[in-house]
Ligand binder design. Structure first.
Ligand code: SF4
Length: 405
């Protein structure tokens, strides 16, 4: 008969073997990443713009030198005539731009590489399936800049500006021909609405990307919100630590930490976005006492892969970011080529549970159409539920019964 140590060793060996495929994937992924010449690409971009290291580190330089023409991006990437034409066709309908920093992460010749696909327009965006405003935000807008879908919290939308115009953007209808920021009068009207509705406990400041605004404007919004006693929690939604980490300056962090409790929601979609610069930006925010959560979007060809999601989430935890939500992609016009099926998303969630720690497992969410709110999507763990008890599935696929007589 086996003793308890022998039984434990057998189980440990089985658990270790369960990691083999992921460990091999992670090693291969890291080897592939090492082949990327990010430093060489950065050097070429800096030469093209005649930029210094100080310029590169300056977020305003990054914004004012965004790349938004097929000819300029063609200086750095090997684009076929069809790919270039695709970009010029799409840009007549949808604006595009990426920062020099984000361009430095791209593949020179593989345009199916996720970093390229999230930034460079594709002719597939001209597919007219879907709707512009699936969340019906236009009809959940009781005051200027405000979207309200829940009893105790709401959104203030302060700008349409973003560092990069992501090709999968679910709010692409708001990204007009130019960057527009809401007037101080509109913001004050929104603040007044919140002041008059004392059930509002939690305010999310979003856009576009609010961190595209100057520190003084962001501080104006946060300071006004902090004059309202019933507002407990402030949140900011931003993708700049991913697309332009230079924006996270010591001055910004010093200013933000005056307005705690403050949470920042990010959107990393792929492990290769968690670069040394992005990690440094997240660390600076975390050191300022800001709780960071990631809101990934499932995107076909980017992250609809169980190992990619696991690697992303494990890297985020190392950057002090908690994977918070995974959003199922909405049916936004121009983004059909990124959509996946719910069953595929559920399969990935099923894989994560048990294979990695609960800290690395976000909640999978479908945003219901017409602004009807978030619906959590969960793999099935309850097999039977009766007055006698519940039959449940374990993470390894076994079955157990809990007697509740
Ligand atoms: S940063 Fe956010 S709002 Fe801006 S384009 Fe990207 S996904 Fe859309």
């Amino acid at each position: 008969m086996e003793n308890s140590r022998e039984i434990s060793l057998k189980r440990a060996a089985r658990l270790k073997a369960a990691m083999d495929d992921y460990v091999a994937f992670r090693k291969a992924h890291i080897d592939e990443e090492a082949k990327k010449d990010v430093a060489g690409m950065k050097r070429r971009i800096m030469e093209y713009f005649n930029a210094t290291e100080d310029d590169w580190r300056d977020w305003k330089w990054q914004v004012s030198n965004r790349i938004s023409s097929a000819d300029v991006i063609g200086e750095f990437l090997n684009l076929s005539p069809e790919e270039k034409k695709g970009i010029t066709d799409v840009e007549k309908t949808y604006r595009w731009a990426c920062t020099p920093y984000y361009l430095s992460l791209m593949s020179k010749s593989d345009h199916s590489y996720p970093i390229n696909r999230m930034a460079i327009p594709s002719i597939m965006e001209m597919d007219d399936y879907g709707v512009a405003d699936p969340m019906d935000e236009e009809h959940t807008n009781p005051a200027p800049c405000i979207t309200r879908r829940y009893p105790d919290r709401l959104i203030i939308n302060v700008t349409s500006a973003c560092a990069m115009f992501c090709r999968h953007c679910q709010r692409r209808r708001l990204i007009g021909e130019c960057d527009s920021t809401r007037s101080r009068e509109d913001i004050l009207a929104a603040i007044q609405y919140i002041r008059e509705n004392e059930e509002i406990r939690d305010v999310l400041v979003t856009g576009g990307d609010p961190l595209l605004l100057d520190d003084s404007y962001i501080e104006f919004v946060l300071k006004e919100l902090r004059t309202i006693e019933h507002v407990q929690i402030l949140r900011i939604g931003t993708r700049v630590p991913v697309t332009m980490p230079q924006r996270i300056t010591p001055q910004l962090c010093e200013m933000l930490k005056k307005y705690h409790p403050l949470y920042i929601n990010l959107q990393f979609n792929h492990p290769d976005e968690v670069t040394a610069e992005a990690k440094a930006a997240c660390t600076a925010l975390a050191d300022a006492g800001i709780a960071l959560g990631n809101q990934m979007v499932f995107l076909k060809g980017i992250n609809n892969d169980k190992f990619i999601v696991r690697l992303l989430n494990e890297r985020l935890l190392m950057a002090r970011v908690k994977p918070y939500y995974i959003f199922h992609p909405k049916q936004v016009i121009g983004t059909r080529h990124f959509s996946i099926r719910i069953s595929e998303g559920l399969e990935i969630m099923r894989y994560l549970r048990g294979q990695t720690s609960g800290l690395a497992i976000p909640t999978y969410i479908l945003n219901a159409p017409f602004g009807l709110g978030k619906i959590p999507l969960l793999p099935e763990y309850i097999i039977e539920n009766s007055s006698e008890g519940v039959k449940l599935r374990t993470w390894e696929g076994g079955e157990i019964e809990i007697n509740e007589d």
